[in-house]
Design a protein around this ligand. Structure first.
Ligand SMILES: C[S@@+](CC[C@H](N)C(=O)[O-])C[C@H]1O[C@@H](n2cnc3c(N)ncnc32)[C@H](O)[C@@H]1O
Length: 212
């Protein structure tokens, strides 16, 4: 069993390496956040930059069951080196935004957006990276697809949930949250404005609804 697991890990590492080499970017290497210079009250021990794999991202997009993503702004809260921003750029989003509180990772994400090739396969080139703690990020008006790969502890998630409620109450109609490794799923479910529409052990998708 352990041998099979080791072989799977090796194959996965190889795929990540090929992805970076092929697209002229550096997104592969995980980084423990303790090694970075982050000034935030929300930096807690044990957090890590780790990229989403292309196959997982595709599965998440398929599970949304949206005929079109045109008009949606895609936001990766905790974008790290920007792998998900690059994967999202293959879809016709109106805009793609990464939010990252590590200046080093945010800088790498910007570099990766600049060096990514071939640009001809990108359907959205309207991309930006904001270096900020996600707890303080103000969401733009919708339609929105908010992506999170297990980045936060519950205090940060609670701030994000208030912000989601604010944009829903302000009239945003189409809002989805795609949550990979959904450890705080219960917090989202307990809200009156996010309804789970697709759940697997690996990721959950929620749809926003107005509360008044
Ligand atoms: C598991 S990585 C995911 C990276 C990227 N979203 C992906 O899927 O490829 C989580 C990222 O969230 C960032 N992060 C954690 N807490 C944050 C916060 N409060 N504000 C902004 N970024 C945060 C970390 O620095 C890290 O880059």
């Amino acid at each position: 069993m352990q041998v099979v697991q080791n072989l799977q890990n090796l194959a996965n590492d190889f795929r990540q390496y090929i992805y970076d080499w092929h697209h002229k970017v550096e997104t592969r290497e995980p980084v423990p956040l303790e090694k970075l210079h982050i000034e935030s009250e929300n930096l807690t021990p044990g957090l890590l930059y780790d990229p989403t794999s292309r196959s997982r991202f595709r599965r998440i997009i398929r599970a949304l069951r949206r005929p079109s993503l045109e008009g949606f702004t895609f936001i990766d809260l905790g974008c790290g080196k920007g792998r998900v921003l690059l994967l999202a750029s293959l879809y016709p989003f109106k805009k793609i935004i990464g939010v990252e509180f590590s200046p080093e990772l945010a800088h790498t994400a910007e570099m990766n957006l600049n060096t990514y090739r071939p640009t001809s396969e990108q359907k959205c080139k309207n991309t930006s990276v904001v270096c900020l703690d996600a707890a303080h990020y103000k969401l733009p008006p919708g339609p929105l697809l908010i992506y999170m790969y297990n980045p936060f502890q519950d205090q940060v998630m609670k701030s994000i949930l208030s912000e989601i409620k604010r944009v829903l109450d302000a009239g945003t109609q189409d809002l989805y949250v795609a949550y990979l490794i959904p450890k705080l799923s219960q917090l989202l479910k307990n809200s009156s404005f996010l309804v789970p529409v697709h759940e697997t052990p690996v990721f959950s998708i929620f749809k926003g609804q107005r509360t008044r």
